[in-house]
Design a protein around this ligand. Sequence first.
Ligand SMILES: NC(=O)c1ccc[n+]([C@@H]2O[C@H](COP(=O)([O-])OP(=O)(O)OC[C@H]3O[C@@H](n4cnc5c(N)ncnc54)[C@H](OP(=O)(O)O)[C@@H]3O)[C@@H](O)[C@H]2O)c1
Length: 197
Amino acid sequence: MEIAVLGAGHVGPVLARLALAAGHTVSIAGSGDPARIAMIVEFLAPGAVAASAADAVADAGLVVLAIPWHRFPSLDPAPFAGKVVVDAMNHWPPAAAPLGTSEQVAARLTGAHVVKALNHIAYQDMEPAAGRAAGVAGDSPAAVAVVSGFLRDIGFDPVPVGPLSAGRHLEPGSPLFGVAAGQPDFENLPTLAKEQS
Ligand SMILES: NC(=O)c1ccc[n+]([C@@H]2O[C@H](COP(=O)([O-])OP(=O)(O)OC[C@H]3O[C@@H](n4cnc5c(N)ncnc54)[C@H](OP(=O)(O)O)[C@@H]3O)[C@@H](O)[C@H]2O)c1
């Protein structure tokens, strides 16, 4: 699959490496000219291609948003229509809004199939991914299946958390946030056990 990773900071290159190791094709974009991140990409995710956000998204079967939350409004929503989009962003400090951040992402990226995942795992805990649970929340079963398949490919054990609204349980301030546990321990955490009962 063609994976577009938006963000070439802490999270983006780690996910790019994992995706490349699983045999995917990866483009990484920062906020500006791809030439600005070419060296980062070459050193941190060799085999990935530095691209503009628009080009990366245009070709992608799956897009990962790994950019700061406050930069999200700078994205043009148009290229995301019809795309499966993983929202790995977090609001700091924890959001007080009635909607979870991924619900806000879905509201802005009209026509995209937004799935919340990976935001609750610190980048240092993402690699290796094997044996780590990754919560997945989304409203489109098909998109959740695509993202869960991708997470499995790169080593995580995807754990369904519920619809996008339940993704709030993965956000900062929740007991699940920052948890890098195996699937049984993750599923037995009180917040998730309650949500799934
Ligand atoms: N750090 C973690 O452990 C961790 C774990 C899980 C989730 N998260 C979440 O993941 C997101 C990224 O975290 P991070 O620690 O990787 O951040 P970071 O190190 O600050 O990197 C942010 C990256 O986003 C890029 N960016 C900003 N606006 C962009 C745009 N419009 N299009 C494309 N790229 C853009 C920046 O590029 P420029 O330099 O060109 O601006 C930079 O490469 C945040 O929302 C964070 O809360 C972080």
